[in-house]
Design a protein around this ligand. Structure first.
Ligand code: SF4
Length: 585
């Protein structure tokens, strides 16, 4: 490890007793590096078996890694907790300034335990932790304002991050997110509800430490190598120009863009909500996570008139990317970019995960169409493309005025258990489906991934590669590729490297960067460690009752053609078995 590196310091905070202390966990960080590796082990230790995800015993663990603050694009903080959405592994990664601020404050991990009896926010300033009364900002209408108020109240020095929840988190919506620096999120699996259950409105952290390296000469060389690789990479140029929303046209053209709750796979309004159209007509500015030269975060400028005052306009900066456009655009048949931006803004204001919100609303629209829920229960008519009603429904999910919205607030798996419509409830392991219907590998990746997310093993890229090269591969080959990818991603996320840089942070370069920092791990050992971390995560899932044999495959995905043709349930089931036989090896 870096000489005198504070990475192995874990800051424990108990909200019940309002106490905090620091523990040195050198062995844990030496063995598991940081990020996901350390967080999954801390979760096994700190989260008692069978606890209520919304109870005080559920810990919030946020970790960073050794490359963070030292090499570019190693700027993702990893959060782990027991998920209120799935009842097992909750893991979410966020960029912004969160990771580098934690690192420069002198910590490798923060563990928040217990629960407060009044709303609080934490102000962590280097060695000191302050418990601030958050009653005045609890219930505040917009998560943007919460960030602004805390920013004013906490001047501090150094790099600062404010991780906060909106009203969705306060009201325990199972897929509430935590917003960091306004445009980045711990989006998936409900960290916002865990914050809310602890009456924790926000964590502000600021740090101004300097990190020293052991061998400045080889560090400079390695830094130059990765910096040049990233800044000269054509794929990074694309991320900078269009961001992930470049995928809208690509997926639409290949008929793999889920549309109207995946009743179709191409969207006639796709061009209007494509990355190209947003960049040409709405892009206001780009921003970047700390220590990243790519700047892939795209903000659209939405100019709207005030109804009461002529020639007076409000301009909102709204972040957009592919998954958001899929979930609240094509899935709901919203093709007007301005209307789509209003939906994205509402989700941000309330502090919801956009994928889960969009997929849940798409299910609700179809359920209402089929008469599974009445207009009386819904309180309005959910109609494809009708944005005003979707805006109202988003607010109702947060308010939860009746049993129907209480069910929607627990996600599509739960809502379909109560009201029916399982066949078209698009969720895996309880987590709403990401925006790909590219073929068997993407769905197998969603089913088997530890978080049931597209980021676990990126099966869509296997499908895309095989259909563009017009080749086929066996289910065994697909399983091996997904497993290898998910194992390697454990190393990237333990080093908190942005997955967009996975082509630059090759195993060879990662081993070199670690050597520069004083670690002694070759590529083979790194791959072995990746598999071990993945198994630790699954151990937590199994301990909390997860059963891969009973995973539900939504019938809808089998009914709708992919570029590889119809999916075969038996093949997918065989793939699941093979995958878990590798996990259990
Ligand atoms: S590429 Fe984008 S998401 Fe990744 S670190 Fe840079 S700005 Fe953040």
């Amino acid at each position: 490890m870096i000489v005198g590196d504070p990475l192995s310091r874990v800051l424990y905070i108990d909200l019940t007793s309002r106490d905090f202390w620091i523990e040195e966990k050198t062995e844990l960080f030496e063995k598991y590096l940081g990020g996901s590796g350390v967080a999954s082990n801390l979760l096994l230790q700190e989260c008692p078996r069978g606890v209520d995800p919304l109870g005080p015993e559920n810990p919030i663990i946020i970790t960073v890694g050794p490359l963070c603050g030292v090499f570019p694009l190693a700027s993702k903080a990893v959060a782990m907790f027991k998920s209120p959405l799935t009842g097992n592994l909750g893991e979410s990664h966020a960029g912004g300034r969160s990771a580098v601020a934690i690192r420069l404050a002198g910590y490798g991990a923060i563990v928040v335990k217990g629960a407060s009896n009044i709303p609080v926010y934490l102000s962590i300033q280097g060695e000191r932790v302050y418990f601030r009364d958050a009653s005045a900002i609890w219930g505040m209408g917009s998560s943007y304002t919460v960030g602004r108020v805390i920013r004013e109240r906490e001047p501090g020095s150094g790099l600062r991050s404010i991780m906060r929840i909106g009203r969705a988190g306060e009201r325990l919506v199972s897929y509430a997110c935590v917003i960091t620096e306004t445009y980045r999120h711990f989006g998936r699996l409900g960290l916002g509800a865990v914050f809310g259950s602890k009456k924790l409105k926000a964590i502000m952290i600021a740090g101004d430490r300097r990190l020293k390296v052991k061998d400045p000469k080889s560090y400079r060389e390695a830094y130059r190598e990765i910096f040049e690789s990233v800044t000269k990479s054509p794929s990074m140029k694309k991320y900078h120009e269009l961001g992930t929303s470049m995928n809208v046209n690509i997926l639409n053209e290949s008929k793999s863009l889920p549309t109207r709750n995946l009743r179709e796979t191409s969207f006639e309004g796709g061009e209007a909500i494509s990355g190209e159209n947003f960049a040409a007509n709405y892009l206001g500015r780009r921003v970047a996570c700390s220590h990243c030269p790519v700047s892939c975060i795209h903000l659209a400028a939405l100019r709207e008139p005030y109804t009461s005052d002529p020639y007076f306009y409000k301009t909102s900066m709204i972040s957009y990317d592919y998954e958001l456009i899929y979930a609240l655009g094509s899935m709901l048949e919203v093709s007007d970019p301005r209307s789509l931006l209003r939906l994205l803004d509402e989700v941000e204001i309330q502090g919801l995960d956009a994928i889960s919100t969009g997929v849940t609303l798409a299910w609700a629209t179809e359920a209402q169409e089929r008469g599974l829920v009445s207009e009386n229960e819904v309180g309005l008519r959910l109609t494809w493309g009708k944005v005003e009603n979707y805006l109202e429904a988003i607010r109702m999910i947060v308010k939860q005025p009746n049993d129907f919205y209480k069910a929607l607030a627990r996600g599509v798996e739960y809502a379909s258990t109560i009201y029916g419509g399982k066949d078209f409830a698009l969720a895996y392991g309880g987590n709403e489906m990401p925006g790909y219907h590219t073929g068997p590998a993407c769905h197998l990746g969603f089913i088997t991934g530890a978080r049931h997310s597209h980021l676990d093993s990126a099966g869509y890229s296997i499908d895309q590669r095989t259909y563009t090269s017009k080749t086929t591969q066996s289910i065994e080959e697909t399983v091996n590729q997904l497993f290898d990818e998910e194992c390697w991603r454990q190393i990237l996320s333990s080093l908190v490297i942005c997955y967009f840089a996975r082509g630059n942070y090759t195993p060879e370069f990662v081993a070199k960067a670690l050597t520069v920092l004083g670690y002694n791990l070759d590529q083979q050992e790194l791959r072995r460690l990746g598999a071990e971390i993945l198994r630790v995560k699954n151990r937590f899932k199994f301990r909390e009752g997860f059963e891969y044999e009973n995973l539900r495959i939504p019938k809808r995905i089998l009914e709708v053609e992919t570029p590889h043709g119809r999916l075969d349930e038996d093949q997918l089931r065989r793939g699941i078995k093979l995958y878990y036989s590798k996990i259990l090896e």
